[in-house]
Write a protein that binds this ligand. Sequence first.
Ligand SMILES: Nc1nc(=O)c2c([nH]1)NC[C@@H]1CN(c3ccc(C(=O)N[C@@H](CCC(=O)O)C(=O)O)cc3)CN21
Ligand SMILES: O=c1ccn([C@H]2C[C@H](O)[C@@H](COP(=O)(O)O)O2)c(=O)[nH]1
Length: 283
Amino acid sequence: MKQYLDLCKRIVDEGQWVNNARTNKKCLTVINADLTYDVGNNQFPLVTTRKSFWKSAIAEILGYLRGYQNAADFRALGTKTWDANANDNQAWLNNPNRKGQDDMGLIYGALGRAFPKPSGGHVDLLKQIVEDLSNGIDNRGEILTFYHPGAFDLGCLRPCMYEHHFSLLGDTLYLNSTQRSCDVPLGLNFNMVQVYVLLALMAQITGHKPGKAYHKIVNAHIYEDQLAPMRDIQLTREPFDPPKLIINPEIKSLKDIETWVTLDDFSVEGYQHHDAIQYPFAV
Ligand SMILES: Nc1nc(=O)c2c([nH]1)NC[C@@H]1CN(c3ccc(C(=O)N[C@@H](CCC(=O)O)C(=O)O)cc3)CN21
Ligand SMILES: O=c1ccn([C@H]2C[C@H](O)[C@@H](COP(=O)(O)O)O2)c(=O)[nH]1
């Protein structure tokens, strides 16, 4: 939580204004931030200086792992967070590759679970990584990437957290996640939870202990209409002690994640938080 608040403060104190053409909004921006989550010791990085809708964040990462590419599938899992990008962005609505209501196109897991090969066909990157790690193999390239410049015009948004690199040291699993662009008041609130849950789940289904997750952010920003609530409300609040995340131990395989896991398989213990803040969302 302290790392999150430090980054928010740094943006407010040292950020530079940058015009963003896609959203037509200005963003107060810093370059580079490195956050670390101690998954092995259950230091769940949930924001306490406002109410965090952590279930929504977990629904997003489950949808990515399943390769979903439709906002209706994300809603069925328990989050409406992709509705606006799928249905309200004019550039995407005008894109001839959009297949209709709720289509998000070729993004995140839709790419990572079926990454096109130059020679034809696809690779399921996640399945390969799970197989390797389950067999104790780290080939120094256990990389789940969602980044394909040739597919940018086929999806509603380029992936923000675009790469997750897993590493084994003995029986401990580590994760390095990279994010190119970060909406700190809204997106990061979710992304911290997602990096944490991704390592915890992957360790659980491949039979390893979770170690640390390292989260690299390149462009970290606060949109102009989010600045006042961040500076004048959220940053004036004292954080509470972090809660604990509990994951159903019956989740044992990638197939389990693909077939029966729901948000009921996750719970948070001891979550004390300040009141919700509704931050504006830039589509
Ligand atoms: N501008 C922008 N920021 C983002 O963080 C973002 C995007 N776009 N587009 C793609 C996804 C969608 N994400 C979202 C979208 C909405 C919320 C949101 O409205 N959160 C509210 C309520 C969530 C709920 O009730 O489930 C919040 O208070 O956190 C969060 C992340 C993260 N990503
Ligand atoms: O997981 C996510 C997904 C998206 N974001 C934010 C970061 C930016 O504010 C927008 C994406 O806009 P681009 O113009 O494509 O950079 O969404 C996030 O923080 N986390």
